[in-house]
Design a protein around this ligand. Structure first.
Ligand SMILES: [Zn+2]
Length: 136
């Protein structure tokens, strides 16, 4: 079984959102910046006042690679890891599903697709949004 995240006091709202089928992100109450990974302060203005808000779950692939030799046998190759830039402007490091290893994904519009790994953990992966999904 793949190694799973262990929610902390800081990240627990994010993981609870995933369990509920909602992609949550922190939004700074001072400057409005959306940020991920979970942090006690805004990386832009350092304010500690923030709210968890629901993300659109949509973005596009900034960069990606196909893993053929995984770090442990717990992962099933080939699989694609990617940086996805969300509509709200923050980046997520994630897996792309629903596209083969030959797919050209950079610039492709993607949307979140939740994948249950255990009773307590649901991971947010991403899949190509539509045939018209490429950004200019
Ligand atoms: Zn801020």
């Amino acid at each position: 079984m793949r190694p799973l995240p262990r929610p902390t006091a800081l990240s627990r709202p994010f993981w609870e959102g995933c369990l509920d089928g909602r992609l949550l992100v922190q939004r700074c109450s001072s400057c409005g910046h959306h940020f991920f990974i979970p942090s006690a302060f805004c990386p832009r203005c350092l304010d500690t006042d923030h709210k968890w808000v629901e993300s659109s779950g949509r973005g596009h692939v900034v960069t990606c690679t196909v893993v053929w030799r995984p770090p442990t046998p717990a992962f099933d190759p080939p699989y694609t890891v990617a940086v996805v830039r969300m509509e709200e402007g923050y980046d997520m490091f994630t897996n792309i599903v629903g596209a083969g290893p030959e797919a050209e994904l950079i610039g492709t519009a993607v949307r979140v697709r939740f994948h249950r790994e255990s009773e307590d953990i649901v991971l947010p992966f991403f899949e190509p949004a539509a045939a018209t999904g490429r950004r200019p």
